[in-house]
Design a protein around this ligand. Sequence first.
Ligand code: OOG
Ligand code: NI
Length: 427
Amino acid sequence: MADFVEPDWIRAGFAQAMSDMYRAEVPQYGTLVALVERINADVLARDPDLAAALERAGGLDRLSGERHGAIRVGTAAELQLCARAFAIMGMEPVGYYDLAPAGVPVHSTAFRPVDPASLARNPFRLFTSLLRLELIADGALRADAATILARRQIVTPWALALIEQAERDGGLPEADANRFVTELLETFRWQRHATVDAETYAALLASHRLVADVVSFRGPHINHLTPRTLDIDAAQGAMPGAGIVPKESIEGPPRRACPVLLRQTSFKALDEPIDFGGVPGRHLARFGEIEQRGVALTPKGRALYDTLLARGGDAFAELPDDWDALRREGLAYFAYSASGKLGAPAGASLDALVAGGYVVADPIVYEDFLPVSAAGIFQSNLGEATRAHYAGASNKAAFEATLGRPVIDEFALYQAQQDASIAALAL
Ligand code: OOG
Ligand code: NI
């Protein structure tokens, strides 16, 4: 047992390896990261309180590390294999996202660390989408796609052997963990050579760009990575000056004094040369994204957010832009700790203890994704002029059956974190 390395350590190594690979493959992504680092440094120089808070929350040196990436797999077997590989790095499936209502034939989860200490050590997560071939109307094309996907093996033999070894032994020693990272990287590497001919690609593309992206290649290339920015509006504004074309608008809530959930933007996917069995062609898939995260909302807060989002315009003004109001109205999650002030009245309520300055409430950061935003990111990078429409209900149960386990409820994680902080209060 003692000579196994921590899953957090393997994940950190994997995140770094993915980052290095993607910067080498997509130079524009490196430009975006540099721009974000410059803006973050500006924000921190202007706001020493924020710098101190970030230092307390896990260290400034981790600020520029990627927060997430995204992949798209084609079959149940591929999803299960990914889940096994990610489990070795302490990443578990959290949340269910149905993108079909937004015209994207996938459903998704995010593989991520779940406990706050692991998130603080390394927050890297992978938004993982499973193609829903059953939503493709053309039966012949659906069958072709299934046949093509059934032929491929998305992990190397070494990666598979190391997954099995880790499962059997309960972990990996350092040298094997390093080898596992190197081998797993191959699964997500860009392929310039398609596995299909130009004609098949065209047919897949005509059904949906995403179908072509998933089916035409040897494996699920990483399609973006996402560092954290402290000022997404500044980053969006600075992109054109750095030679980067941003998507038209930032996804998620508007700029607020008290940020909630998640705001994201990206640059437009690159148009890249591909070899289709000797025939040159092009494919649009890879981009760079940035995110700014705010407080996690409770089910009540989230319901309000979704209603206001649907109303659009300046409806968001109805979501209180004040930490205390968000907390007292039960709209957002907070972690409570003793302030150090003595003399708390016995039997006082939590609200009274906070009001009296005996207890501090810190917002709990939202670590998950937003289906409407995800759809917006998909759409702006698919270059799709028209939107597809998919009938059929959201299919969480089918996704979980495919995965072989239920996805973890993100609200339950935030609630447990808040409850544990209250239980640990010793005044
Ligand atoms: C995933 C898009 C979703 C996000 O940040 O919401 C996503 C994809 O394009 O495969 O990554
Ligand atoms: Ni993303």
